[in-house]
Design a protein around this ligand. Sequence first.
Ligand code: HEM
Length: 388
Amino acid sequence: MLKRFWLWLGRLIGKLVFFFAVVGMLGWGAGEAYYAWKFSGPVSSEEQIPPNEAALTRAIIEDTVRVVEQHRDNTRVLRDAHAKAHGCVKGEVQVLDDLAAELRQGVFSEPGKTWQAWVRLSNGNAYPQFDSARDARGMAVKLLDVPGEKLMPGAAHAGEQDFVMFNHPVFFVSDVAEYRSNFAAQADGKKVLAFFPSWDPRTWEIRHLIIALKTLAPAPETPVATTYNSIAPYKLGPLNVKYRVVPAPQNCPPYQLPEQNTELPNFLRNALYQQLSLDRAPACFELQVQTQNPQYYMPIEDTSVQWSEKISPFQTVARITLPPQDFDSREQNLFCDNLSFNPWHALPEHRPIGGINRLRKAVYEAVSAYRHERNAAPQAQAPASSGL
Ligand code: HEM
């Protein structure tokens, strides 16, 4: 009797597994077919600005400033994103000697030129949590003494060209409208539900939820061992590009970081300190660009879509070196906190494009101004490179 029962149960489980495997395969196939249809080119190579974007942007700024105040540390108002720095370090960005003629634009116009820079490495969260927590990791690069009129007028950032990135290739929302609804839901404490705004399955953003979950990744061994992506697109003279910074240990003398204690809350700062300050070993990266081919699905207005590297591979335009240095002083950490990075601190040749970048212009400026005012701190002016 018992034997027959077990055989029956075994057959039932087998059939159920088979059923769910078939349903899963069909769902996966349907999803692939849907996205192959939805994500097919050609696309526009121009920006397309929805009429309600300005109003949505104003609403997002209000929400953001409110959230910054909620995140307030006991003493200081921190950034609304990427609040915790592993350090602000000095860097050198050298344009390739043999850069292709069409890529010689803006700060890359002079082959061989070396720019001095500040590089801020960070965790993505608005709270300064333990480095072992799953999170995105940020890199912001500020080139100094860059001549020429910038996109944001004002003396404070007149000589700066910023590149602002994190270590995932896509963003968890497509555009400003979705950012508004998702951010508002998250501010109300909805995490996963933020991706399911209504009962209507057509509004469900399962692909974006998966991106959000993947973005919150375990920490790299050190902040110099992960790839940082612009995610959003930019002009490069007449071209549309995305850029990224990839580790390039092959450009540096061989170095092995001793194993770090990842239980320590700030082990990413410790790793940076170990390499640059104790072992006096430089860290090397390459700055690369990927050009848009509008014949394929490489949209300007959707940051949740990765541009195919098969169709348009990344090309190196410059080498970045973080030389051996002492960076972990009270003064430099405070200076770092008071720095402001903004993709719009830029030459017109590097103009940020697409909805998410247009949104960032106003939001970064507002949050930076707010935290500086609340901290009674002057905008840290990145000194001319002679003062580095
Ligand atoms: C392409 C997508 C994005 C990337 C790659 C990115 C990356 C970063 C990074 C690396 C930082 C830290 C900069 C630093 O070290 O000071 C930062 C700061 C910040 N981000 Fe983003 N971000 C993106 C999208 C957004 C969006 C859509 C918003 C909100 C509308 C936003 C709001 C902020 C704010 C408020 C700060 C702090 C600004 C300050 O106080 O100076 N970011 N972001």
